[in-house]
Design a binder for this molecule. Sequence first.
Ligand code: MG
Length: 264
Amino acid sequence: MKIFKNLLILIGMFSISIIPFNLVAQPDLSKLKGEIWKITEIWEPEPIVIVPGNTNREAPSDAIVLFDGSNLDSWVHKTGEDAEWSVQDGYFTVKPGSGDILTKQSFGSCQLHVEWMSPFIIESEGQGRGNSGVYFMENTKLGDTGYEVQVLDSYNNRTYSNGQAASVYKQHIPLVNASKKPGEWQNYDIIFNAPVFSDDGQLIKHAYLTVFHNGVLVQNNVQIQGYVKFIGYPEYKAHPSRLPIKLQDHSNLVSYRNIWIREL
Ligand code: MG
């Protein structure tokens, strides 16, 4: 009898440990007041800081080049107008207030290389310092519903861990903080596996992301819980199998260069 009881306890412990994160009881946000966006901030653990090596990477011959240093012909604003962000000296910079830009071409699963630089002049703190973002499968018809890899100046700039540079915003904390100083070029190499929906809009397969930040693995095939949300829990909304990639205008002078993609 005692053995049976111990067995039951063991089974109980095991089943608790395998309950997925997204099935843990979540408070009903509609009943809460105040700074409800803080509910999805996770501050611990804080990823340890490491010093990355140099890893700039030229586009391989089979890549689609989305920015080669000369112009933003591959990009548009959500409105369909020409991308207004300023191009200079082989890179381009967010034009604050002009809005996000999207690739003209749509993509599903892909390998994306993007180089970015936080503004040299340090202003503000936390989420207000060098904020931008790389969004996969941005569905402009449904509002901001992409899957975001956060771009942020996370060099000596504490914020919630699931909102720092190379986080999957408000979903996954990076394994380490491989940030370089503001004013230095950094890069992401991202492998994105698109979600799959059935014809009637049910999620058949989650999206997955792997991210290298300055050559260092920081997201290891993490499962995406849904599109990015500032307030509330991520959720999926059925969307086409190919959609644009978006770069975020978060009112900070973040720069980009050498962007290329390989479809998978
Ligand atoms: Mg962002």
